[in-house]
Design a protein around this ligand. Structure first.
Ligand code: HEM
Length: 131
């Protein structure tokens, strides 16, 4: 049935997919996102998504979400941005973040799509050395 197909797609997606509630608490994380950030699902579900980013965004992310909820002005939703992620082991990596807002059974959730850019960035650095 449809829901099972959708789940299979998310479980096997190459990009990371994370959903949060309207306060930033992680509700779901797919295997690709777990691998990128180095966590098991149960280590991050229920935690604030800000655990997955370094400062200064880490200390401001709650404000980003509440600002959006009060003003309706998006800075990432529908736009996307290149941001920095923080892995469990403390290392960081660049990724392309796309966020969409979803109304789900009477409440609001946000879905984040995480496209790792580390290899692309490394290749760009290598190319610069030849320039
Ligand atoms: C807003 C950073 C992950 C949901 C923002 C902004 C930044 C940011 C810089 C906007 C700041 C501004 O107002 O200009 C990051 C970083 C992440 C991350 C560094 C690394 C892990 C996520 C994820 C989700 C998410 C995974 C959703 C599952 C949102 C929402 C907003 C927001 C809902 C407010 C709406 C908007 O500004 O469009 N984030 N974010 N973020 N982020 Fe994140």
């Amino acid at each position: 049935e449809n829901a099972k197909l959708l789940d299979a797609i998310i479980q096997n997606a190459i990009d990371g997919i994370i959903t949060i509630d309207d306060r930033g608490q992680i509700e779901t994380i797919n295997p690709a996102a777990c691998i990128l950030f180095g966590y098991e699902p149960e280590e991050v579900i229920g935690k604030n998504v800000s655990h997955l980013m370094p400062p200064p965004d880490r200390n401001r992310h709650d404000e980003y979400i509440s600002r959006y909820q009060h003003t309706g002005v998006p800075h990432i939703i529908g736009i996307g941005r290149e941001v920095t992620g923080l892995r469990k082991n403390g290392s960081t990596f660049p990724f392309r973040l796309a966020v969409s807002e979803v109304g789900f059974s009477g409440r609001k959730i946000y879905t984040g799509f995480i496209h790792d850019l580390s290899r692309q960035k490394e290749a760009e650095e290598q190319l610069k050395n030849y320039a």
